[in-house]
Design a protein. Structure first.
Length: 48
């Protein structure tokens, strides 16, 4: 997660809300095993 945060911090045009969303999205994708779809991402992400 630190790597993702470091990469997103280097992107200057990403707003605070986009940064939070992309950080959650990429960390959830890395967490999931098997099929990655919106149902599973909603089940395992912190945005419930």
């Amino acid at each position: 997660m630190r790597t993702i945060n470091r990469i997103l911090s280097q992107m200057s045009k990403i707003t605070k809300h986009q940064h939070k969303f992309l950080l959650t999205l990429f960390s959830t994708i890395m967490l999931l095993q098997g099929r990655i779809n919106f149902r599973n991402m909603g089940r395992y992400s912190n945005l419930n």
